[in-house]
Write a protein that binds this ligand. Structure first.
Ligand code: NAD
Length: 315
């Protein structure tokens, strides 16, 4: 089969005009910070009512308050709902709260964006690291899809689903985090086939982004080992992410553009590192197709952000 024979073309995966989503709900997990918060801002700009979903209560309240003025100006409302996406009971309670608060509004956008950054590799990550990362980055995405998508299909209204994976989900040589992001992409690919064009679907694969993702250990739930302070090395890495990473608003803009045009794999590249995500994908596919060993190329910019030498210098 030629790629052009693929029945699920990108053209069928876009709304063309996003006006048709206006006045619907945008449910955004991880909405209190980073990319999720930027998705909430972009939702407001498109006339959607953002439902901020997050496990961090204080951040949730602060984020909702920060959006109040722009939401009022756009004639939409903001609702914050504390939820742990790794728990199906918590996600089902979220769905109940949303339908009680907005009985007549369709869910026009579901953003399965909440995620945690967990270190460690196949051998070096602990069982709890694997459990924690899979519970949020994989099961959290599945819980939200399996709770909200059946309802979205019954609404008989246009809608979109996106999940935030990572460039790590596209390339070879992964650690605990990257493995969960490969699973996230696979879930969205499977969902895309099952939807058969009834809703649009997209997976965001960003380069290093200016958020708090490196700080997830500070709120690791007790059942996965409990919270811990960031090491000076992790703090330095988080500072570099925040000062040098892609602006979260760029990721959000790319998602809304994809909902318009139909792009499924949304590669949000760093302006300072053009072509790197594509290079990683091409390298992996080349290895698969040519019987070569897996290899992840490094870019100077990417290496600088992760470089232990720089961590030492900034300690
Ligand atoms: N920042 C990056 O460099 C980068 C790159 C690629 C992908 N991503 C992905 O982007 C997504 C958003 O993260 P971010 O970078 O904005 O980081 P962030 O830490 O700023 O935001 C993540 C949000 O998710 C919330 N969250 C975590 N666990 C949760 C749970 N169990 N239930 C509900 N909410 C929970 C956190 O409280 C936080 O507010 C994540 O999936 C992350 O893996 C980030």
């Amino acid at each position: 089969m030629e790629p052009s024979d693929n029945p699920y073309t990108t053209a069928e995966n876009g709304h063309g005009d996003l006006e048709k989503l206006k006045d619907g709900l945008a449910i955004i997990t991880g909405g209190a910070s980073g990319i999720g918060f930027a998705l909430a801002e972009a939702s407001i700009a498109h006339g959607l009512h953002p439902v901020l979903v997050d496990i961090q209560d204080d951040n949730l309240t602060a984020a909702a308050a920060k959006l109040e003025a722009s939401a009022a100006a756009a004639g939409v409302s903001v609702f914050g709902c504390k939820t742990d996406v790794s728990s199906i009971d918590s996600v089902e309670a979220l769905a109940k709260s949303v339908s009680e608060r907005y009985p007549d509004k369709p869910v026009s956008l579901l953003c399965c964006n909440a995620g945690v950054g967990v270190g460690g590799g196949v051998l070096t990550g602990s069982n709890r690291d694997w459990d924690f990362c899979f519970a949020v980055n994989v099961m959290g995405v599945l819980h939200c899809i399996r709770t909200f998508v059946p309802q979205m299909l019954e609404q008989n209204a246009p809608g979109s689903i996106m999940a935030t994976a990572s460039q790590d989900g596209l390339c070879a040589g992964q650690n605990v985090y990257g493995v969960t992001k490969q699973a996230c992409i696979a879930i969205m690919e499977g969902l895309h086939q099952e939807l058969q064009g009834r809703l649009t679907s997209h997976v965001l694969c960003p380069q290093v982004t200016a958020t708090n993702i490196v700080g997830s250990e500070r709120y690791r739930p007790d059942r996965f080992g409990g919270p811990s302070q960031l090491s000076p090395m992790a703090q330095a890495a988080m500072d570099r992410f925040r000062s040098e990473g892609v602006p979260p608003s760029q990721c959000a803009n790319h998602v809304f553009e994809a909902m318009r045009t139909g792009t499924f794999y949304v590669m949000s590249e760093a302006e300072k590192d053009p072509g790197y995500i594509r290079l990683q994908v091409e390298t992996r596919m080349h290895s698969i197709l040519n019987g070569e060993r897996p290899f992840r190329p490094r870019s100077p910019w990417h290496a600088e952000i992760f470089s232990p030498r720089r961590n030492k210098e900034s300690d």
